[in-house]
Design a protein. Sequence first.
Length: 360
Amino acid sequence: MMHMRPLFCLLVGLALLPAQGNAQGTVKGNVPGNTPGGAQEFQLQERASLTAVPLADVKPKTILFADQAGANKDEVFVSYEEWAKAKPLQQQILSLYPGYNEPNVDIIVDGTKRRYSEKLHMYVAQARFTVAKPQGSINLARLASLPFAEQLDPAIKHRVVTAPDVVRPKEAKSVHNQNPQRRWCEGRPRVVCLHSTYKLEGRLPVGIALANKIREGGRQISDTLEFEGELTLLSPSEVVERGLTKLTELDTPSAGAIEQSIFYVNQVMQFGKLFAVFQQHPADPNRTVVTVFMTLAVESNILVKRREYAQVPVLRNLVPAQVLGGKSSFNSGRSLSAGLPVYARNQVKAIAAILERDGA
């Protein structure tokens, strides 16, 4: 039975907290970046497609950004199945690892065979900008590092771990997400393995505490995301072999790419993938074109949870699809608590600012 006094206190606390919503309108346009010292920030320009804009039209300090709409143009998630059918090249390259498919397989978990099935929805985004530096002057190896990860989003705390630290033989999701070609965090000339922690911000922790009270006896939601992944450097030949130049649709030499793989998340998400591909500008060898691809896989059953929250007026805006899409009054800040669209835009702005400022 629900304890009314703690629940009442939570309701009062939630009501007193100021609303810091990120309406969908604030996702578009200029998202606050991480450029220090009063330097001019990169400006975002929303586009339906990156390749529809000639590189000659991409102005300095400008980021072209496009995220893929779902079945409804107002949605930011597309089912994994629909994504694979509509964008097979993206599905091949931007899934967790080559050959990855939506979980529906027999796997061995802690020595026991079991069926593991999970439907997924994808958030898919891509961006492009240019840097006023020849690609040979950019030290890409510096980007596959803990300091680079820390600069991308100061709200997410990281620590370096080793390959044995990220093995979870008793968790079906972790077993399915293991790269069959090599062990995560090993087998690469340049790779760093990270355990990351993010405490949700603003009103979300109080909202989650209230939701947990209402759902007593059910699976509890944590107000902290724990995830593990690796950052690695791809060589110019690997950029071609992995098909990344087919995604960028640029036929110019590449200096390489940075690849981030998030292969374990404690809740809500199944995996994440980010590529930043560096290529010579076709008309100016002293400029580098950077194309960023980002995918985040969300468990579909999370997105359809509505009824239990809709019955409580104060929680109607805590519907997971709204929160993840950045359309809830509970959204706040510039990191994951702002919703995936804001988070993705700020990740790209941070990458651009780092390259512009430090030249890597």
